[in-house]
Design a protein around this ligand. Structure first.
Ligand code: GLP
Length: 274
């Protein structure tokens, strides 16, 4: 797992990365780019920037298939806090993606286990995801894989733990009693099976989880640590999210001069594309 502590807006950075990856891939109808996507406040800048790329005709989503990481159970799709609503409102309605290529778990399906199975099979049917972008919870959860989740888990129904319900309650008028307690989520194995993983972390409240993710041991109690076993995963942080890391850790990754370092230099000298 790599680390990049960026001096730039990490949302814009991630958008630039996605832009480059899709363009390099040169997707076509028969060879689409399969992209995993998150929700939350952290990726909002990324979506805004990707919309700009699309509207300036620098990037097309015509041959991009998306799979969202997770969705609440029992929240209507048109509920302003559902992940369906978030994704269409903040992204899909503003780009040239064919809505048939959008895959978001249906938390209102009659048979939730079946919904999860079909979702997992659909990802596999496309040969897996090329790139998945994610966020991170304060307790180290990814998607809705809460502490204690099997590192071998696939898409399934998950009971949310109290700290996640509490964190989500800000979206539900600070009312814990109105906050969903169940979700459908990609599993950790589903995420690990992607060719590339980019996790974004912003703000001091993520700094403990980031330190554990990079410097801690692999543990189901901190699900993001599973990414240490991935061939090509990167943690993209702002300076605050990097606060709990050791300086020697930060220096080590800075000195790797890998593709993330190169992109950081490119952005520092040329700025973002648009
Ligand atoms: C929820 C989502 C996660 C997301 C996390 C952090 O738990 N299921 O996918 O990473 O929130 O969200 P934020 O970016 O708002 O901190």
């Amino acid at each position: 797992m790599r680390l990049l502590v960026s001096q730039h807006n990490i949302g814009k950075w991630a958008a630039y990365y996605v832009y480059k990856k899709i363009r390099e891939f040169k997707p076509t109808k028969s060879k689409p780019f399969v992209l995993g996507l998150p929700t939350g406040s952290t990726p909002l800048d990324m979506y805004k920037e990707l919309i700009k790329f699309n509207q300036q005709k620098l990037l097309s989503f015509k041959h991009v298939i998306t799979f969202n990481m997770d969705e609440y159970v029992s929240l209507p799709d048109d509920h302003p806090k559902s992940y369906h609503y978030y994704m269409f409102n903040n992204f899909f309605n503003h780009i040239d993606i064919d809505h048939k290529n959008v895959n978001i778990l249906n938390g209102n399906a009659t048979y939730l286990d079946y919904e999860c199975k079909v979702f997992e099979e659909k990802i596999a049917g496309f040969g897996g995801m090329e790139l998945i972008i994610g966020g991170i919870g304060e307790d180290g959860h990814i998607a809705f894989n809460e502490p204690g989740s099997s590192l071998n888990s696939v898409t399934r129904v998950k009971t949310l733990n109290y700290s996640t319900i509490l964190a989500s309650s800000r979206l539900f008028g600070d009312k814990v009693e109105d906050t969903p307690t169940l979700a459908l989520t990609m599993g950790i194995k589903t995420i690990l099976d992607a060719n590339e993983v980019l996790i974004m972390a912003k703000g001091l409240n993520k700094s403990q989880a980031v330190a554990h993710a990079i410097e801690g041991s692999v543990s189901s109690m901190c699900p993001v640590t599973a990414l240490q076993m991935h061939r090509k995963a990167v943690m993209l942080c702002d300076e605050y999210a990097a606060f709990e890391l050791k300086l020697k850790t930060i220096r080590y990754f800075e000195n790797l001069k890998d593709e993330y370092y190169n992109l950081e230099q490119e952005v520092a000298t040329k700025g973002f594309t648009n």
